[in-house]
Design a protein around this ligand. Structure first.
Ligand SMILES: Nc1nc2c(c(=O)[nH]1)N[C@H]1C(S)=C(S)[C@@H](COP(=O)(O)O)O[C@H]1N2
Ligand SMILES: [Mo]
Length: 421
C-alpha cells in the first residue's frame, strides 16, 4: 500500500488535476447540501405520513409493506379533517421530490472528485465513511428514481413499489443522518459568514477545489441560479396536477395528461373500468350492494340504494402519485346510514370495502372507525349533480375525507362492518 501511495494516483479521474471546473468548492457544495438537508427532511416526514395514511395496521389488504416491524412504531390513525389533509402532504411530497432533482444532481456533480479519492481506502474509519457515502448516494438515487418512476409510469413495480420505497427510505435516511452529523458544521462554516463568499481557508481543506482550474465561464452564484431555474421550471410544469382544476393545464409533465375531460365527471381518472376488467354485467341490473355486520346481512338493488336518504359532501380525490382534484360535489348514502341497516349505526366500526373488480391491489380496502363514522363519508352514487360515470366507479363508490385516493374504492359491491375484528 505504501508504495502505491508513493507512486500517486493512477492516470485519470483519481488525479487531482483531472477535474478542472473552477466552480467546485466547499461553498457551492455546502449551499446545495443545506437545501437538500431541508428538502429531504420534508420528503422523509411526508413520506412517513403517506404510509400512515394507508391504515397499514388495520388489515393485510391495506399494507403493501408486510414485515415492517418496529419501523411502524410511529403509526397513528389518520384523521378525517381537514378534508384536504392528504392532498397537501402528498402534493408536497411529490412536487418537492421532483423539484429537488436538479439540486441533487448538482450536489453530486460538485463532489465528483471525492468519489475518485486516492487511495480509495486510507484506514478502517475511512472505509466506514466511504461505505456510508455509498449508502447515501445509492439511497438517494434509489429513492428519487423509484419515486419518479412511480408517479410518471404509474406503478411499473406492481405491488412492490411501496416495499422498495419504504425500506429504501429508512436505509437512505440512516446514511443521511450520519452524513449530516459529520458534515453540517463544515457546511455551515463554508456558507458563513456571508452567503455568496467562500470563507477563506476552507477551500483546499475540503478537497473539492481544482488545483488547476480552467477559466470560469459562469460564476458560482450563476451556477446556483441555473440550478434554481431548473427546479423552478420543474415546479411550474408539475405543481398543476397537485393543485388540480384549471391549473392542471400547466402540468406538462403530468403522466395522465393535462385535460381530464369536461362535464360533471370531468376530473382525473386513476384506472378506467376497462383497464381493470370491469364487465358490463358486473355493474348492470344484476348488481347488488351487500351490507354485512353484527351477524346480519342486507342486499340492496341500485333503486333501493337510490331511495335511501341521499347526503352531500364536497371532497377532493388525492392520489399517492401527487395529483389531486379540487373538491367535487358527491352525493350518496352515508356509511353510518348503511351501518344502521345492520344495526350498527350509532357506533359504526371499521369497514371492509370490496369492489366487483377481480384482483388488483386497489379492489378492496379497510377504512378505520374514524373514517366509517365520519358523516362526510359516503357511498356515492352521484358527482357534481350527475350519475357516476363508469370510470369514476358506477354504480357506487366510497368517498372519505382527508384520505389517500386509494381509500375511495370504485365499483363497490360489498361493505362488511366490523371486519377484520
Ligand atoms: N376498484 C378500484 N377502486 C379504486 C382504484 C382501483 O384501481 N380500483 N383506484 C384507487 C385510486 S389509487 C385512486 S387515486 C382513486 C381515483 O379515483 P378516480 O379514478 O375516480 O379519480 O380511486 C381509487 N379506487
Ligand atoms: Mo391513487
Amino acid at each position: 500500500m505504501d508504495s502505491a501511495v508513493a507512486a500517486g494516483p493512477p492516470p485519470g479521474p483519481a488525479r487531482p488535476g483531472f477535474w478542472r471546473s473552477p466552480l467546485r468548492g466547499p461553498w457551492l457544495t455546502a449551499v446545495f447540501g443545506l437545501i437538500l438537508l431541508f428538502g429531504v427532511t420534508i420528503l422523509f416526514v411526508t413520506g412517513l405520513l403517506s404510509y400512515a395514511a394507508y391504515n397499514p395496521d388495520l388489515a393485510a389488504v391495506n399494507d403493501q409493506t408486510p414485515g415492517k416491524g418496529w419501523l411502524g412504531f410511529y403509526l397513528f390513525s389518520w384523521p378525517t379533517s381537514p378534508t384536504w389533509l392528504y392532498r397537501v402532504t402528498q402534493g408536497v411530497h411529490v412536487v418537492l421530490g421532483v423539484v429537488l432533482v436538479p439540486v441533487l444532481l448538482a450536489k453530486l456533480w460538485s463532489v465528483i472528485p471525492k468519489l475518485f479519492e486516492w487511495p480509495p481506502v486510507r484506514s478502517p474509519a475511512h472505509a466506514v465513511e466511504r461505505l456510508s457515502l455509498l449508502l447515501l448516494v445509492g439511497g438517494a438515487g434509489f429513492e428519487f428514481a423509484t419515486g419518479i418512476l412511480n408517479v410518471q409510469l404509474h406503478y411499473i413495480f406492481p405491488g412492490s413499489f411501496y416495499t422498495l420505497h419504504f425500506y429504501g427510505a429508512w436505509v437512505f435516511i440512516g446514511a443521511f443522518v450520519v452524513h449530516v452529523a459529520f458534515r453540517l458544521p463544515r457546511a455551515l462554516r463554508a456558507v458563513g459568514p456571508r452567503l455568496g463568499e467562500p470563507a477563506p481557508g476552507t477551500e483546499q481543506a475540503a478537497g473539492l477545489v481544482s488545483p488547476d482550474p480552467q477559466a470560469p465561464t459562469i460564476s458560482r452564484r450563476g451556477a446556483l441560479g441555473m440550478v434554481g431555474l431548473g427546479s423552478f421550471a420543474l415546479l411550474v410544469v408539475t405543481a398543476g396536477q397537485s393543485v388540480g382544476g384549471w391549473f392542471r393545464q400547466t402540468a406538462l409533465l403530468a403522466p395522465h395528461g393535462q385535460d381530464p375531460g369536461s362535464g360533471p365527471n370531468g376530473f382525473q381518472i386513476n384506472k378506467t373500468a376497462a383497464s381493470v376488467g370491469i364487465r358490463a354485467s358486473d355493474i348492470g341490473p344484476a348488481w347488488r350492494l351487500t351490507v354485512r355486520g353484527g351477524g346480519r346481512q342486507v342486499d340492496l338493488t341500485y333503486a333501493q340504494l337510490a331511495a335511501m336518504t341521499q347526503s352531500e359532501s364536497a371532497l377532493p380525490i388525492a392520489c399517492v402519485e401527487g395529483w389531486s382534484t379540487p373538491d367535487q360535489h358527491w352525493s350518496g348514502v352515508r356509511l353510518t346510514d348503511l351501518a344502521a341497516l345492520v344495526g350498527l349505526g350509532t357506533r359504526t366500526p371499521r369497514v371492509l370495502v370490496q369492489s366487483v373488480q377481480r384482483g388488483g391491489s386497489f379492489s378492496s380496502v379497510v377504512l378505520g372507525d374514524q373514517q366509517a363514522r365520519d358523516h362526510r363519508s359516503l357511498l356515492a352514487l352521484r358527482v357534481n349533480g350527475a350519475v357516476l360515470s363508469h370510470d369514476h366507479g358506477y354504480p357506487a363508490r366510497v368517498i372519505v375525507p382527508g384520505a389517500p385516493g386509494v381509500h375511495n374504492t370504485k365499483w363497490v359491491t360489498r361493505l362488511t362492518f366490523g371486519e377484520p375484528a
